[in-house]
Design a protein around this ligand. Structure first.
Ligand SMILES: C[S@@+](CC[C@H](N)C(=O)[O-])C[C@H]1O[C@@H](n2cnc3c(N)ncnc32)[C@H](O)[C@@H]1O
Length: 306
């Protein structure tokens, strides 16, 4: 089963019809940026030159979401839903290309990167892929290690860049294994909408990340609607981005930004020079660990490392 677009009419396009651009919308947010720490941005590097960056303004005094917001249409065990491997891509080729470009600029070349909600493909740029693959071999120290945490054993086993694979249902156990400390960066591609305990997961991630490390939550507009949290399906795309910003803020991440990698308004190239169909939009909601407590190096319990 492939994820479907949800909603079918992206808000970006509705706004374009109204003559309002997302950048214009977000510019009103800039004023409240001062509420955040003024130290580094997620990697201290610019994103791809054409990607507008919008600061996330904290807008609530307390975490505003209720248990109902995290109810899903299908509350059966996620393990059953993800039993069958899906060797498909969940975003289109244009979005994958742009994501690779984003990663090339924004992910570290050394240290440990976690691909959270990982599958058979991590969309890393060639240079990082090569470092990770060579680094998997014993005695070939490249200084880069990629860890994948996901739900399907066959998908994780097929991912060539993962040095360590962890099968873990984050909706049952939202704690990042302590053995993964220290993380330098985490990416989570089109999956944050499936997590019913995002604060627990992201707080734990923060604890396991070294100071200055970053988290990059990549968002598009396709999903498995029965498994996405209820509020995700009820609100607009802009509100989803703010909601994910709220997740990061209330779990302690700072310097939160929303990067508009692709507004989804382009046309996908088709055969014989024709253009048809839209392209997938792509945003990154990201944050930095600026200060705080880090976990020790105790070994995690209750998860299976493949
Ligand atoms: C749409 S797929 C995206 C996979 C991958 N990030 C990619 O871009 O190809 C959603 C992923 O979220 C992961 N996922 C969903 N629910 C999860 C849960 N409860 N715990 C851990 N991972 C989960 C699944 O393993 C699945 O691979």
């Amino acid at each position: 089963m492939m994820p479907i677009r949800f909603p079918c009419t992206p808000a970006t396009r509705k706004l374009a019809v109204l003559g309002i651009s997302i950048p214009a919308l977000f510019s009103t947010m800039a004023a409240s940026r001062s509420a955040q720490s003024s130290s580094t941005s997620p990697t201290d590097k610019a994103p791809t030159p054409s990607s507008p960056i919008h600061p996330y303004p904290p807008r609530h005094k307390a975490f505003p979401y209720t248990p109902r917001d995290f109810l899903r249409r299908d509350e059966s065990d996620d393990t059953d839903f993800y039993t069958q491997p899906r060797f498909v891509t969940h975003i289109d080729d244009n979005a994958i290309r742009l994501l690779r470009e984003y990663y090339a600029v924004n992910l570290p070349r050394k240290g440990r990167i976690l691909d959270l909600c990982s599958s058979w493909i991590s969309h890393f740029p060639k240079e990082l892929e090569e470092l990770a693959i060579v680094g998997k071999d014993e005695g070939q120290e490249t200084g880069l290690e990629v860890v994948g945490l996901g739900m399907n054993k066959k998908e994780l086993a097929a991912n060539p860049i993962l040095k360590i694979s962890i099968l873990q249902n984050l909706n049952v156990d939202p704690t990042i294994p302590a053995s993964l400390f220290p993380l330098d960066a985490t990416a989570c591609v089109v999956s944050i909408d499936y997590l019913t305990k995002p604060l627990d997961v992201l707080s734990s991630l923060l604890q396991h990340t070294r100071t200055g490390g970053s988290v990059h939550l990549i968002i598009s507009n396709r999903c498995f609607p029965t498994k996405a949290v209820g509020r995700w399906l009820r609100v607009s795309e802009e509100e989803r981005l703010r909601m994910v910003g709220d997740y990061l803020w209330f779990s302690g991440w700072r310097n939160i930004e929303i990067v508009e990698v692709c507004d989804g308004r382009g046309q996908a190239p088709r055969l014989m020079g024709m253009f048809g169909g839209g392209v997938d939009p792509l945003w990154v909601v990201r944050g930095v660990k600026v200060v705080g407590k880090e976990v020790g190096k105790e070994v995690g319990e209750g998860r299976s490392e493949l």
